[in-house]
Design a protein around this ligand. Structure first.
Ligand code: P1T
Length: 382
């Protein structure tokens, strides 16, 4: 499992050209809402920053380069990116969604878009036959998050792509957990890739953002129209911060994954830990698939702690390096309690069925020293 050497180079240069006017090596922050025109609708290519902004244009090129896509689109959050994808559908359409998605994704589909008569069906996509059986003539999208949040199930992108194609549906992959460094869904047959760039792509817990990457130009134009017409775009400063972050994405991912592997192996051997979820462990049910479709296992580890909920809270409060907070993918390590935090909006019966209970803890391993992370966990497990 290794990062492709060319990806270290790609991330440094993705989307960025020296500024033609000044030679500035970094893309300037074009902090402007509008552009002066020579005559009505005669201008230098930009007329209004909801439609386009040079800093955002550079970011969108960088997004495309990261996923090896023809086109990239930037949004003001991961959920705004998801919303724009769903808004290409029409009432009556059917969407198959993997059961273990980020709580906010499920909430967007169940509570907002279900009102517009779009039918979302959640199911365990590690079971390919079940997905096949659930396809209907009106199925327009198969929505996959892999690895999943928070249980780190791994879904076969090629198998899902074949099923989508058999019905003329589109395959969307939320690639947030793997990052473009460790997984390339478009190469495996996905039609649309999306990211919460709040996570690994941003990497410093200081921005909220989203990305969509696509090869098909017609599909790109459809989603770009939603971006323009509805307007959930990032500002120039956020766009600049993301361009800056992308340069270190490969080196950060390498350290995140080394740390997560060390943390998962440590937890697996600890007597107070009941079960560890990490695709890089040989006992993980989809370990072989992960080894095939990913180039690394990324930085997320979940586990069940033995004992009562009070024991879990004591453990969370004892941690010093891991901060108790929502989100993931930043340079600093975070710990999250999915049942009460990120996945509180998942219906209770679904949470129970999935195994998101009071004892489940999710770790986002940062880029600190692996020894310090393990020592922090060991001390909190005393
Ligand atoms: O928060 P936002 O940038 O809107 O992205 C939503 C989102 C989409 N997809 C995945 C896989 C995600 O993990 C998220 C956001 N997740 C968290 C905030 C979290 O702590 O899991």
């Amino acid at each position: 499992m290794t990062i492709r050497p060319k990806d270290f180079t790609k991330v440094v240069h993705a989307g960025v050209e020296p500024d033609p006017r000044t030679g500035a090596i970094m893309t300037p922050i074009f902090q402007t809402s509008t552009y002066v025109q020579e005559a009505p609708n005669v201008h230098k290519g930009w007329d209004y920053s909801r439609a386009g902004n040079p800093t955002r244009d550079a970011l969108e090129e960088a997004f495309a380069a990261l996923e090896g896509a023809k086109h990239g689109l930037a949004f003001s959050s991961g959920l705004a990116a998801e919303q724009a994808i769903i808004q290409i559908l029409k009432p009556g359409d059917h969407v198959l969604v993997c059961d273990d998605v980020y709580g906010g994704t499920g909430r967007l589909f169940r509570r907002l878009f279900a009102k517009y008569d779009i039918h979302f069906e959640f199911l365990d996509m590690t079971q390919v036959e079940q997905v096949k059986a659930a396809l209907r003539p009106e199925t327009r999208l198969i929505w996959v998050e892999t690895p999943t949040n928070p249980l780190l199930k791994v879904i076969d992108i090629q198998a899902m792509s074949a099923l989508a194609k058999s019905k003329g549906a589109l395959l969307v992959v939320d690639n947030t957990f793997a990052s473009p460094i460790y997984q390339s869904p478009l190469e495996l047959g996905a039609d649309i890739v999306m990211h919460s760039t709040t996570k690994y792509i941003g990497g410093h817990s200081d921005i909220i953002g989203g990305a969509v990457m696509i090869n098909d130009t017609k599909l790109y134009e459809e989603i770009k129209f939603v971006q323009f017409a509805a307007g959930a775009v990032p500002g120039p400063f956020e766009s600049f911060l993301l361009l800056r972050s992308i340069k270190t994405l490969a080196v950060r991912m390498e350290k995140h994954s080394i740390n997560a592997q060390a943390v998962a192996q440590f937890l697996q051997g600890h007597p107070r830990v009941a079960e560890v979820f990490f695709p890089g462990l040989s006992h993980h049910p989809q370990h072989a698939l992960a080894a095939k479709q990913m180039r690394g296992y990324s930085g997320m580890v979940s586990f069940n702690l033995k004992g009562s909920y009070e024991d879990v809270v004591t453990f969370l409060q004892r941690l010093k390096v891991f901060a108790l907070a929502e989100s993931l993918g930043g340079v600093e390590s975070l710990v999250n309690h999915p049942e009460k935090m990120t996945h509180a909006s998942v219906p209770e019966d679904m949470r129970r069925k999935l195994g998101i209970g009071p004892n489940l803890i999710r770790l986002s391993c940062g880029i600190e020293s692996a020894e310090d992370l393990v020592a922090d966990l060991l001390e909190a497990l005393r």
